[in-house]
Design a protein around this ligand. Structure first.
Ligand code: SF4
Ligand code: SF4
Length: 445
């Protein structure tokens, strides 16, 4: 396991000086099924079918075992009856894996405990789980559309805290947006009524985003109340104290840079999407990230040939877009953490106090922007100069094509999704759990 830890550290340090040959971190969406009915995320409305299978996951990671960090997510992961098989497939076939992390609502307490214990027993460098909580009980249940979800989430968190393994950590994750921006302290107080020793460092704050191809929530008001959000984050950082632990360092740097993101509407550091990291949806579509609907191709259709897609003109063109800041722009932790790790020196010296307060009425940028909306240029990777973009133009993948590439990957109605053309060999069986509210979904729903 030490070798894998060194592997992740090496990948991170390497990413600070050059663009890696292949990404070391993948956000892996195992399902879009979800028993929640959140108002700020419409994943639950997707009629998802033919999602990835454990056999495919094994095949993929056997071919590409160099991922050191897998961020597994959904939907609600525990809607998959075969989740343990899928996680085992990652663990056994991804030989470089060091860090595995996943969020959950905490609704499925017994299943969550069982999965965590089995994952730890199988052996993993580090396992982290996040229980998503959006506020005090009434607000959380209202935003999540499911009565009782706060109680179940906190109870699962309480049980997970009882797992005393040095390579396991669980936290509460709170995503700040208009509706809960000024409710952080109430949330902490509510959790402490159940868990009196709940510590500040056990609460991770992040900010809401819109995404067409992932959350399907374009238009939801995540993009307001910045003054309140910044105030809450500043207070939280002060109470959290010095960031000496690596995870705490990451979280602190992420939060410190939210102000700059709000001011500029751009990633505060040169984004490493399509360099260090990538995003794979349940149908094996390979995207730049969770926010920008820039699709590189479909791994299932291409016999899981990651290198082929990674070395394609399409990936290079989109990476040039990221470097030149022609993307949707975001500061979401999924992508911001590898970006911080890929810009360690700059991230370490950035102090939020150096920055001026954000005005209340600025029109911020993390709504989906028209493609080609460039507000300035990023520092480029040493081997990824702007010439890579110019080369793209020379071979006919220039600005017009870039514009088209973005619009051509806007969220599509479910009937036109690529997964409907999938190889029958990997057709999923009825994998999904009975919904807790009484309705059911199956693999062919
Ligand atoms: S935010 Fe999470 S729990 Fe809510 S609908 Fe989206 S995936 Fe489901
Ligand atoms: S800054 Fe752009 S490319 Fe990078 S993660 Fe955000 S939307 Fe994606």
């Amino acid at each position: 396991m030490l070798a894998r830890q060194i592997g992740l550290a090496g990948a991170i340090l390497g990413a600070n000086v050059r663009s890696p040959e292949l990404p070391y971190k993948v956000t892996f969406v195992a399902t879009y099924h979800c028993n929640f009915r959140c108002e700020m995320c419409h994943i639950w409305q997707k009629k998802s079918a033919n999602e990835m299978t454990p056999a495919e996951v094994s095949l993929f990671f056997e071919k590409w075992p160099r991922f050191t960090w897998v961020h597994l997510t959904g939907g609600e992961l525990f809607m998959r009856r075969d989740l343990d098989d899928l996680v085992a497939a990652i663990q056994t076939s991804c030989r470089s894996l060091y860090l595995l992390n996943f969020p959950t609502t905490g609704w499925f307490g017994d299943k969550t405990m069982s999965l965590v214990e089995r994952t730890l027993d199988r052996g993993v460098g580090r396992l982290m789980t996040t229980i998503s909580i959006d506020g005090p009980k009434a607000l959380h249940d209202e935003m999540r559309g499911l009565p009782g979800s706060w109680d179940k989430g906190i109870e699962t968190f309480r049980r997970l805290r009882g797992i005393r393994r040095s390579n396991f950590q669980t936290v509460v994750g709170m995503t700040l947006m208009a509706k809960n921006a000024n409710r952080v302290e109430e949330t902490v107080a509510a959790i402490r009524q159940v868990i009196p020793d709940f510590g500040r460092s056990e609460l991770h704050l992040n900010i809401g985003h819109q995404s067409g191809h992932y959350f399907d929530n374009v238009g939801y008001p995540v993009d307001q109340h910045h003054v309140e959000i910044l105030r809450a984050i500043d207070a939280h950082r002060k109470m959290n104290g010095l960031a000496v632990h690596p995870v705490k360092f990451l979280e602190d740097r992420y939060q410190a840079l939210v102000r700059r993101y709000y001011e500029t509407g751009k990633s505060p550091l040169p984004c490493t999407a399509l360099s260090s990291s990538c995003f794979i949806d349940p149908y094996w579509n390979l995207y730049a990230c969770s926010v920008w609907d820039a699709k590189i191709g479909n791994l299932r259709d291409d016999a899981f040939d990651l290198r082929g897609l990674w070395e394609s003109d399409r990936r290079r063109m989109l990476r040039a877009d990221v470097v030149e800041e022609r993307c949707s722009h975001c500061w979401t932790p999924c992508e911001a953490y590898p970006t911080i790790l890929g810009n360690l020196a700059r991230a370490a010296v950035t102090r939020a106090g150096d920055l001026t307060p954000a005005p209340a009425e600025t029109a911020w940028a993390h709504t989906i922007r028209p493609h080609g909306h460039v507000r300035g240029r990023r520092q480029l990777w040493p081997n990824e100069s702007s010439s890579s973009f110019r080369k793209s133009s020379v071979i006919g993948l220039g600005a017009t094509a870039l514009h088209n590439s973005h619009s051509s990957h806007a969220a599509k109605p479910i009937s036109s999704r690529p997964h409907q053309k999938l190889n029958a060999t990997f057709s999923a069986p009825a994998l999904y759990a009975t919904r807790s509210q009484g309705w059911t979904t199956g693999g062919a729903a």
